[in-house]
Design a protein around this ligand. Structure first.
Ligand code: FES
Length: 168
């Protein structure tokens, strides 16, 4: 069964059910279930929260509490470009906070949010497994390493130019 179109991807309640059942319908599996749903859709569509609550026999408000507590979860569809700054130890020591501030300035939004034009979402991620390249970010899933505020600015500007080039 499909319902409501969001961000070009239909929300499949059948798929949501399958994810919940894959985790044995355990209330303790809420976080992995949410992670899998976000992996699928890029965010946690509100309709899925009702569905999970129904299956697990818990309050939807409790699930909202989890989603809003953990910064890894989003309730809104991500922007066209998803930038995630690694905050693992090596990247933290290498300047992840400074990178985050620089990216925020370049894209005009803060961590966990999407820019007003819908072009960029800024998130954070744990160790990406390439610590020798610290500090690292992923841009639309692609890893960029050994960054500083200036070099990440170039990466962001390139994305902005691509957007402009696609507008007639
Ligand atoms: S800490 Fe960032 S890649 Fe390992």
């Amino acid at each position: 069964m499909l319902t409501e179109s969001m961000n070009d991807k239909k929300i499949s309640l059948t798929l949501i059910d399958a994810i919940v059942f894959k985790h044995n319908v355990q209330p303790g599996a809420v976080i992995p279930v949410l992670q899998e749903i976000q992996e699928e859709y890029g965010y946690i569509p509100p309709v899925t929260i009702q569905r999970i609550a129904h299956h697990l026999g818990i309050f939807a408000s409790d699930i909202y509490g989890i989603v809003t507590f953990y910064s890894q979860f989003r309730l809104q569809p991500p922007g066209k470009n998803l930038i995630k700054v690694c905050h693992g130890t090596a990247c933290h020591l290498g300047g992840a906070e400074r990178l985050t501030e620089a990216i925020s300035q370049h894209i005009g939004t803060t961590e966990g949010k999407t820019s007003k034009d819908g072009q960029f979402t800024l998130g954070r991620v744990a160790c990406l497994g390439c610590c020798s390249l610290a500090p690292c970010v992923t841009v639309n899933g692609e890893i960029h390493g050994r960054l500083n505020p200036e070099s990440i600015g170039k990466v962001v500007n390139k994305l902005k130019e691509e957007k402009t080039a696609n507008v007639e």
